[in-house]
Design a protein around this ligand. Sequence first.
Ligand code: NDP
Length: 322
Amino acid sequence: MKAILVHQPGGPEALRLEEVPVPQPGPGQALVKIAASGVNFIDIYFRTGLYKADPPFGIGMEAAGTVEAIGAGVGEVSVGDRVAYAMNRGSYAEYGVIPAWQLVRLPDGVDVNQGAAAMLQGMTAHYLSHSTYPLREGDWCLIHAAAGGAGSLLVQMAKMRGATVIGTTSTAEKAARAKAAGCDHVILYTEKDFDTEVKEITNGRGVDVVYDSVGASTWERSLNSLKKRGLMVSYGNASGPAPAVAPLELNNRGSLFLTRPTLAHHCQDRGELLWRASDVLDWIAAGKLKIHIEKIYPLIEAAQAQTDLASRKTSGKLLLIP
Ligand code: NDP
């Protein structure tokens, strides 16, 4: 089968399309014929070496397709099921062997492209809005990169939960998308000091929670945007990792809380996975959650897809088709 492998972390050229054997499922595993694979920022972190893996390693953390074979003891899925998964590396490929407990059946009304697009960013938006800080009516939140893949889904879920949402984007075109996703206010953070704007919008109070996926370049102003005892959720590094912080700094800025969560710790067992995935997929099937698939690339153009994502050109989801 064809698969993208990295032998040496580096630039986009580190992604190499190679011929490798089709893997076989062991006990508790299923072989999935991949129909579409999602492109995520985390794939770039692995490719560049910010996140570590032993080379040669596969790239890509989510996909959707059809179960082609199952190993001993698998009861979660059957051969022929349409399924999707996230947080299992190596999805830039024609096949994947996945622990069966991580596979979710796609409901009627959700096609494989939507399934591949929804899992990682959708469940991330779900845990951020339902678990890390369970938003409620009356809360104010700040969501960076609000037109991005994860950001635009988080905006929609924050609105479902009744929060008032301030989003940030780099361009007017992305601001329009963020508004369409449900943002009550959008700040062009490449043109304005967003912390000053947030304080103005909230009458000096600040927001209850900042969901920050941008990292280095937004860190300071994100902390400035919080109310006293507000929660800083640093969940990504699109501009580089956030700096180290001394506990006393949190005191000085208003007894702030800080967390750095990741999806894998929020889908720890099948029950938690099915809760999040079913919510996301059922909302898509019902038309309550909109997934914008911006571009679909053939697998051989994985490097171009990652380059486009890293260059801030995109809003919404990018997919690879093997
Ligand atoms: P996006 O589609 O959101 O793309 C990233 C966006 O970040 C860009 O479009 C851009 O939006 C913004 N950005 C700001 N500064 C930069 C920069 N210097 N370089 C590139 N982009 C920049 O990607 P994803 O939805 O895949 O991921 C978003 C973030 O969420 C990533 O940081 C990712 O690591 C994180 N994430 C974390 C998870 C977790 O569990 N912790 C799980 C899933 C995602 P704009 O042009 O509007 O500024």
